[in-house]
Write a new protein. Structure first.
Length: 101
């Protein structure tokens, strides 16, 4: 059994990661958020690449949304590895569902 008071094990929350990325894909000013390093340490495969793509699209002054982020990921050859367009849309749906709670 892990002792929560002394353990250095990280808690991994995939839904939180999905909600955070969905927020960045949905809310225009969210893409400008430069996450602190500890929040950039994504645990689910592909989430770090999606975050980098969001930041790259924003840095170019383009609108950040699932279409522009998918285009960025396609340009870097990471689109399929991150789940493709369907996954980008599911991220926005995860954020929207979290906001309804």
């Amino acid at each position: 059994m892990i002792d929560p008071l002394t353990s250095t094990a990280q808690i991994v929350d995939f839904v939180l990661e999905q909600t955070l990325l969905g927020w960045m894909l949905t809310v225009p000013e969210a893409a400008a958020t430069d996450l602190p390093p500890e929040l950039q340490d994504f645990h689910m495969g592909g989430h770090a690449a999606i975050y980098r793509a969001v930041r790259a699209v924003h840095a170019r002054g383009e609108e950040v949304n699932p279409v522009t982020v998918c285009a960025e990921l396609a340009a870097t050859g990471e689109l399929e590895a991150t789940g493709g367009p369907g996954y980008m849309v599911s991220l926005t749906a995860t954020y929207e569902a979290a906001m309804l709670r």
